[in-house]
Design a protein around this ligand. Structure first.
Ligand SMILES: [Mn+2]
Length: 209
């Protein structure tokens, strides 16, 4: 495995951005993020439904994301989805740096038509996923619904965030998946934003995250 990181050294010291390239025998992933962006997305994973979900993640987190993946889709979508989650999580963690000044905690109950999903985030440095989402079908089009969890597991682990996702109810599996991405996006936006009341402090009594 070859992993290279650009911690954004060429950017101003205040810029919260990072790039990660991750190459294995299964996938080649390039990710760039800018936390203080406007939600612009340039996404190409070769998996249409996943591109649609990542678009939502960028748009509603206001984190600019460029994601290009070439994966072993002749096998299935699993490696592509998981490795995108790993690289995106690593890029976010690097962009957050020592996590100084962040709001840290956020949660939202997000409605979409008949579906309601909660995401609660602690940008803690401690990776943890609690996943309480059930799909009523194994596929959305050609996309395996179980990969939604795989993505968020890889993302939370590598971003160093505690992430709880709870689907309260819903009937349509596309809506259930989409509310997972949108609720995480909105919670991520708030939790990673600079809190002006503690802009130069690490938000922990330990002094480190
Ligand atoms: Mn949709």
């Amino acid at each position: 495995m070859d992993e290279r990181a650009d911690p954004g050294m060429g950017d101003p010291a205040s810029a919260r951005s990072a790039s990660v390239s991750r190459n294995t025998n299964e996938t080649s992933v390039s990710v760039s993020v800018n936390i203080d962006g406007s939600g612009t997305a340039k996404i190409s994973t070769g998996v249409g439904f996943f591109d649609h979900m990542l678009d939502q993640l960028a748009r509603h987190s206001l984190i600019d994301m460029e994601i290009e993946v070439k994966g072993d889709l002749h096998i299935d979508d699993h490696h592509t989805v998981e490795d995108t989650g790993i690289a995106l999580g690593q890029a976010l963690s690097r962009a957050l740096g020592e996590r100084r000044g962040i709001t840290r905690y956020a949660s939202i109950d997000l409605a979409m038509d008949e579906t309601m999903t909660k995401a609660a985030i602690d940008v803690s440095g401690r990776p943890f996923l609690v996943w309480n989402v059930a799909f009523s079908a194994p596929k959305i089009g050609t996309f395996d619904t179980e990969l939604v969890r795989e993505f968020f597991q890889a993302f939370a682990q590598n971003a160093g965030i505690t992430l709880h996702v709870l689907n309260h109810y819903g009937a349509n599996n596309h809506h259930i998946a989409e509310t997972c991405f949108k609720s995480v996006a909105r919670a991520l936006r708030t939790a990673t934003e600079i809190d002006p009341r503690q802009a130069n402090r690490v938000p922990s009594t330990k002094g480190t995250l």
